[in-house]
Design a protein around this ligand. Structure first.
Ligand SMILES: C[S@@+](CC[C@H](N)C(=O)[O-])C[C@H]1O[C@@H](n2cnc3c(N)ncnc32)[C@H](O)[C@@H]1O
Length: 219
């Protein structure tokens, strides 16, 4: 009985976390049901995979074995599992979230998939990415940037965590595209690739704009 109450409490807080700032469209996403029983359910993963097409997301990001990825706002890990497989062997995923309850479910999912050693979970404050400097090939924001109080400030704080040449990726529903693009530009990022192959969504891959080369001395 105590276990049932605890599981219901986690499910409620997870649902609340994914609902903050979400539109009705966001709430219809299969992963929005976050529920302790569903988290391990193959049907839920299959529904997520059909709607969100993680295969296309991974291809657009161009992930490789050995890559180090920060999966920001990872939730229960329905996408994280695909990211972890794509960077294996040799890579690592740091899965962050403001909600420790969802990360417990993520950890269970990774354990079941034999990916314990690949994915580290990290509870973070909402305004602090908490990522080590110069460490990540990719910082991935999947359906999370619309929760940030100040997108530009969050991005500016996160960017030093990229390795030189690293990528910051934003994927979200199409109605969040304009503010995401705006914030990325203001934070000094430039778009290198974008896919809209997943219906209703965009995947935008950014890099830091190269510093302007010094002007040549005139003769
Ligand atoms: C809609 S879910 C997306 C989950 C997963 N990334 C996906 O694409 O399916 C948004 C998640 O972001 C988390 N979140 C919200 N604000 C956050 C922040 N400032 N930093 C990290 N995670 C955050 C929520 O707790 C929730 O688990």
């Amino acid at each position: 009985m105590k276990l049932l109450v605890a599981l219901l409490a986690v499910a409620t807080s997870v649902a609340a976390a994914c609902d903050r700032g979400a539109t009705a469209d966001d709430r219809r996403a299969p992963h929005g049901r976050h529920d302790a029983r569903d988290a391990r359910d193959d049907d839920q993963q299959a529904a997520f995979d059909r709607e969100r097409r993680p295969d296309l997301v991974v291809a657009t990001i161009d992930l490789h074995p050995g890559d180090v990825v920060a999966d920001v706002g990872a939730g229960t890990g329905l996408l994280t599992i695909h990211i972890a497989r794509a960077v294996t062997p040799g890579g690592k995923v740091v899965a962050t979230d403001v909600d420790s309850g969802v990360l417990d479910l993520l950890a269970a999912r990774m354990h079941d998939a034999g990916l314990d050693g690949v994915v580290e979970r990290r509870v973070v404050p909402s305004d602090d990415p908490s990522l080590e400097a110069g460490t990540y090939d990719v910082i991935l924001l999947a359906q999370v940037d619309h929760f940030f109080e100040d997108r530009v400030a969050w991005l500016r704080t996160a960017l030093p965590a990229l390795k030189p040449g690293g990528k910051l990726v934003i994927t979200n529903r199409m109605h969040h595209r304009a503010p995401a693009m705006d914030a990325a530009e203001q934070a000094g990022l430039h778009l290198v690739r974008e896919s809209t192959d997943v219906p209703g969504s965009f995947v935008a891959v950014f890099q830091l704009a190269a510093p302007t080369p010094p002007a040549k001395d005139s003769p």
